[in-house]
Design a protein. Structure first.
Length: 338
């Protein structure tokens, strides 16, 4: 039986997306557009049917403020204030405060904090200091703009990702990713404290009530991986009555953006649509996926993936703009027979 929400007289499916990073932001925009088209003019109100569970594994403390890069990427993108050229931060931002911090020798000289972006971090930090949880802070921040979605952090616990190198040393993920551009060979990724973490309020409930759960084409290791590592979220995905549909972050044997191939190699997964599907696994075999969308460039892999017990659909995966992102989202919804 469908649990779709009635919005503006139209029934639209309850969708949960697991996401992080630029790929997750673009996909979320596409899902919102696809749902808005189904709901007609009721797009902002359709937030009741659309939840994004956001990676918080790349969060960090810097210069005394709490940064949530993936959370902010999703927030800014859905608000329409993101810098689409750089792929992160606010559009039209300036860096006067950042230069002053560097003059004091504070922060990281290779990690830019825009002035508008810093305002977000200061607001967040102040509310956290007042006793609000990250979930409560994000709910408050989401009131500023009509996002057309509900954003939930994966957990309220601090589980910042550390990159372990071959010599046994480790560094924060952001240092490895931004400063070193993933040039230092990792042997593992860990998130201290995640074994004791719990899903943020509403996460498990949203998955249980969904018509479909979509795994965005985000980095499987450091964006989606931390979400799945929070105790309780994998179980929620395995037991939900919703279809669980993933979108490959690999097109033609290459990652779409960033250095996800380095991350995949570190955990022993080949950079291919087939290998990432096997990494997530079939739900019928104690994995996560019911279906997997692969690019037209990888169509020859469809039979191999299907043999894993995962229904495989070939579709255009490039998200160049809102229409192409919405078409991908619609293909994912159609795969779930919604």
């Amino acid at each position: 039986m469908s649990r779709s929400a009635a919005v503006g007289g139209a029934a639209i499916p309850r969708v949960v997306v697991l996401a992080g990073g630029v790929g997750g932001s673009r996909f979320a925009l596409g899902v919102r557009e696809a749902l808005s088209r189904r709901a007609g003019a009721a797009a902002p109100e359709s937030a009741a049917s659309f939840t994004v569970v956001v990676n918080t594994g790349d969060d960090l403390w810097l210069s005394g403020v709490r940064l949530q890069p993936d959370v902010d990427s999703l927030l800014y993108a859905l608000a329409g204030v993101n810098d689409t050229e750089r792929g992160w931060g606010r559009a039209g931002d300036t860096e006067r405060v950042n230069r002053e911090l560097q003059a004091w020798g504070a922060g990281w000289p290779w990690f830019t904090l825009g002035d508008l972006d810093l305002g977000t971090h200061l607001a967040r930090t102040g509310w956290l200091r007042e006793g609000l949880t990250p979930s409560q802070v994000l709910e408050r921040m989401s009131r500023r703009w009509p996002l057309g979605a509900r954003l939930l952090p994966m957990t309220d616990a601090e589980v910042d990702t550390q990159v372990v190198l071959g010599d046994g040393t480790s560094m924060h993920f952001q240092e490895w990713w931004t400063r070193h551009r993933a040039a230092l060979t990792p042997v593992w990724f860990e998130a201290p404290g995640i074994a004791a973490a719990r899903p943020a309020p509403g996460v498990v409930e949203a998955i249980a009530a969904a018509d479909v759960v979509l795994i965005a084409p985000s980095n499987p290791v450091v964006s989606v991986g931390p979400i799945l590592a929070v105790p309780g979220i994998r179980d929620a995905l395995r037991t939900t009555g919703a279809a669980v549909v993933g979108v490959s972050p690999v097109i033609g044997g290459r990652v779409v953006r960033g250095m996800a191939d380095v991350c995949l190699t570190a955990i022993g997964v080949e950079t291919s649509a087939t290998a990432v599907a096997a990494h997530y696994g079939a739900r019928s075999e104690a994995g996560l996926l019911d279906a997997w969308l692969i690019a037209e460039e990888d169509a020859e892999s469809a039979a191999d993936i299907s043999r894993l017990g995962i229904r495989t659909v070939v579709a255009p995966l490039w998200m160049r703009d809102i229409p192409s992102s919405a078409a991908l989202a619609e293909a994912a919804l159609a795969t779930a027979q919604l």
